[in-house]
Write a protein that binds this ligand. Structure first.
Ligand code: ADP
Length: 241
C-alpha cells in the first residue's frame, strides 16, 4: 500500500507545470521531491494535498481514490517554510489545535488531548515551552513545534514544503535530524520538497528528481548519489566527470 500518483497533468495558462507525472510513494517512507526552482515540486505537493486540482490524472492513498476528496478529508498534515503557527495561541494550544477542531464525535477528551500534546512536545524536547507564545521561540524551535502540530492529528500523509528553507545552515542540519527521528518514531508516509541535494540525501528514504515538470530520476539516496541522471544533480554534487 502506498500513495499513487497517476498521469498527473497541470498547466497554468499555456505553461506546462506538470507533464504526465506518475509516481508511487511507499508507505511509511520519507520521499524527497528534489529539483531546481520552478520544476513543479510544490505544484505536485499541493495536488497530492488537495489544495490544487490537476487538469487530469488521479491520486490514491492506500488504495482509496482521493481525486474528489477535499483537502480536509484526505488526512494530511502540513509543514511549510514559513512557520504557520498561530501567534496568539500558546505552544500547547497550537499543537492541540487540530484535535480541538475535530467534529464532536471524533474529538478526544481534554485528558486525551493533554496526553497527546505533552507526549509530542516531549518528543521534540520542547515540553518546557508549552505555555510560551511562538514569538518567544527561535526559528528552529518553531519548526519543531510545527512538526509536532502536524503530527498531532495522526495524519496518514505528512507533506513538507521546504520546511527548513528560512533557517540558517546549523539549524537546518539540526532539524533534518529531528525530522528523521520523528518520522522513524511515528508511522506516517511523508513527502518532503527541497531544492537542496544534501538535505534530500541526508533525510530521505527515496529521492524523486524533478526537472521542468517531469521526473528525471527515482531511487534511493545511494542510487541518486552514485549515478546521478541529471545535470542538476551533477551540478549540486560538483562532480561533472
Ligand atoms: P518548484 O516548487 O519546483 O519551485 P512550482 O511547482 O512552485 O515549482 O512551480 C512550477 C512552475 O509553475 C513555475 O514556473 C511557476 O512559476 C509556475 N506556477 C506555479 N503556480 C502557479 C500559478 N498559480 N499560476 C501560474 N503559474 C504557476
Amino acid at each position: 500500500m502506498s500513495i499513487r500518483v497517476e498521469n498527473i497533468n497541470k498547466k497554468f495558462g499555456d505553461f506546462v507545470a506538470l507533464d504526465n507525472i506518475s509516481l508511487e510513494l511507499p508507505e511509511g517512507q520519507l520521499t524527497a521531491l528534489l529539483g531546481p526552482s520552478g520544476s513543479g515540486k510544490t505544484t505536485l505537493l499541493r495536488i497530492i494535498a488537495g489544495l490544487e486540482q490537476p487538469d487530469s490524472g488521479s491520486i490514491a492513498f492506500y488504495g482509496k481514490d482521493q481525486t474528489d476528496q477535499h483537502v480536509s478529508e484526505r488526512g494530511v498534515g502540513f509543514v511549510f517554510q514559513h512557520y504557520a503557527l498561530f501567534k496568539h495561541m500558546t505552544v500547547y494550544e497550537n499543537v492541540a489545535y487540530g484535535l480541538t477542531v475535530k467534529p464532536r464525535k471524533e474529538r478526544p477528551s481534554k485528558a486525551e488531548i493533554h496526553k497527546k500534546v505533552m507526549s509530542l512536545l516531549e518528543l521534540v524536547q520542547l515540553d518546557w515551552t508549552a505555555n510560551r507564545y511562538p514569538n518567544q521561540l527561535s526559528g528552529g524551535q518553531r519548526q519543531r513545534i510545527a512538526l509536532a502540530r502536524a503530527l498531532a492529528v495522526e495524519p496518514k500523509v505528512l507533506l513538507l514544503d521546504e520546511p527548513f528553507g528560512a533557517l540558517d545552515a546549523k539549524v537546518r542540519a539540526e532539524l533534518r535530524r529531528w525530522l528523521r527521528k520523528l518520522h522513524d518514531e511515528i508511522h506516517v508516509t511523508s513527502v518532503f520538497v527541497t531544492h537542496d541535494q544534501e538535505e534530500a540525501l541526508e533525510v530521505s528514504d527515496r529521492i524523486v528528481v524533478m526537472n521542468q515538470g517531469r521526473i528525471e530520476q527515482e531511487g534511493t539516496p545511494d542510487e541518486v548519489y552514485e549515478q546521478p541522471a541529471t545535470p542538476f544533480v551533477y551540478g549540486f554534487l560538483g562532480s561533472v566527470n
